[in-house]
Design a binder for this molecule. Structure first.
Ligand SMILES: [Zn+2]
Length: 414
């Protein structure tokens, strides 16, 4: 047996509102706390958790940015002649996304979403590396760089292998006592919530399945580690969308032209603009002011949210919609979906959750990047304990020398 296993279980979109009143994981992780999320999507929340930094530090924010000079998508321009009936189909885009991901050697998650081929060569994609791997951040280190630098053996899920395969792998590592740290990533709840909404009958069975897996992990881990420090947590919640906003129609109706006067990325809850002349800046800003379903985020607020980029890399103007409104069609999707996240971090369904079997959650753990502090602390403590550095029990040896003993090795000192 080894002394300590820190077990970090990340359930995407398992927000505070989803778990706060129910019994999910209460038996194994009774101590729970609401955490602030980060402005943006999983493309920014996950890197924030993994690095302990905020978007203005790590620069993993929204996926697509206006950057024609560095656009890797020039090869797709001929596709602009294909009929929309083909190019807007999810099945076609998914297939093409896979092809492009391999062709361009992107290592993270990649999807073309609904970016029109007419404009695709204006944009760059900002997550070319996987934040779930060492060296995976756009700027600065993540927890896996930390673990590798300190030679701490760990498990991390590979999303493309699926939740059950990852669970199987982790159980094997735990049974072999091969690791001193584990980071489990379960993304399926997020997809389910997007499809069916946060009030659906289908949510409870998914949570029950997760609870069963966590139980199974704990039972196995407790046979091989004296102390299992369990943390179950999320990156954001999920709000039902009952109001659809066709922002593109409003902007397209203005006497300014995309590509010539301005560029825009319509995310599901944000529209990010770059302006090429004052006229475009003025008419678009005036129009956005009259849209009641959202507002332009002022710079001071973006700074407070740690998502202000003075170089305007992610856009000069950020328009954010109210919770429950979905921009549709957007560059993320042609058709409406039931629920979304990526609203203001202070909106009700944005809050994340942290659940643990540890008696105390430190006071300075208040937002999702703070989970990184717990990971660093527990990884260091597990490494020290599991390699015997702080578990030295001196014994009398029959030979007269002291025996230094720990769980794995007994060393006879002269
Ligand atoms: Zn999502």
């Amino acid at each position: 047996m080894k002394p300590i296993l820190p077990l970090f279980v990340f359930i995407d979109a398992c927000g505070w509102e989803i778990i706060k009143d129910g019994d999910f994981a209460r038996g194994v992780a009774p101590n729970r706390k609401r955490l602030d999320s980060v402005l943006g999507y999983s493309s920014t929340c996950v890197p924030s958790i993994l690095s302990g930094h905020w978007p203005d530090e790590h620069r993993n924010w929204s996926y697509f940015v206006y950057d024609p000079k560095h656009s890797p998508f020039k090869l797709l321009r001929p596709l602009r002649w294909l009929p929309k009936a083909v190019t807007s189909r999810r099945i076609f885009r998914r297939w093409l996304s896979k092809f492009i991901k391999a062709h361009l050697k992107f290592r993270g998650y990649f999807d073309l979403y609904n970016i029109p081929f007419k404009y695709i060569s204006l944009f760059d994609f900002t997550e070319k590396k996987s934040p779930l791997k060492p060296g995976g951040m756009n700027r600065g280190p993540n927890i896996f760089d930390f673990l590798e630098m300190r030679n701490i053996a760990y498990h991390v899920s590979e999303p493309e292998r699926g939740e059950e395969n990852n669970l199987k792998d982790l159980l094997e590592h735990v049974e072999g006592e091969a690791i001193d740290f584990a980071f489990v990533y379960w993304p399926e709840l997020d997809g389910l919530l997007h499809r069916v909404g946060n009030q659906s009958m289908q949510i409870a069975p998914k949570l029950q399945q997760y609870e069963k897996w966590i139980q199974q992990l704990m039972t196995t881990a407790q046979k091989h580690y004296e102390e299992v420090r369990l943390y179950v947590f999320s990156d954001h919640g999920m709000a039902n969308c009952d109001d659809y906003l066709d922002l593109r129609a409003k902007i397209d109706a203005l006497p300014v032209k995309m590509e010539k006067d301005y560029a825009v990325v319509y995310d599901s809850t944000m529209a990010r603009f770059w302006f090429f002349n004052d006229h475009a800046r003025q008419v678009i800003t005036e129009t956005l002011k009259k849209v009641p379903q959202g507002r332009v985020l002022p710079n001071h607020e973006l700074k407070t949210l740690r998502a202000h980029f003075p170089d305007h890399y992610f856009g000069e103007l950020i328009f954010l919609v109210n919770e429950g409104t979905l921009i549709v069609p957007s560059h993320m999707g042609e058709r409406p979906i039931r629920a979304m996240h990526g609203y203001h971090p202070r909106d009700k369904h944005s809050y994340a959750a942290l659940m643990t079997n540890q008696p105390e959650i430190p006071d300075d753990v208040v937002a999702i990047p703070d989970i990184h502090k717990l990971m660093v602390r527990d990884a260091m403590e597990a490494k020290a304990a599991n390699s015997g550095i702080d578990k030295i029990i001196p014994l009398e040896s029959p030979m007269g020398g002291a025996i230094v003993e720990n769980q794995h090795a007994a060393t006879v000192l002269p």
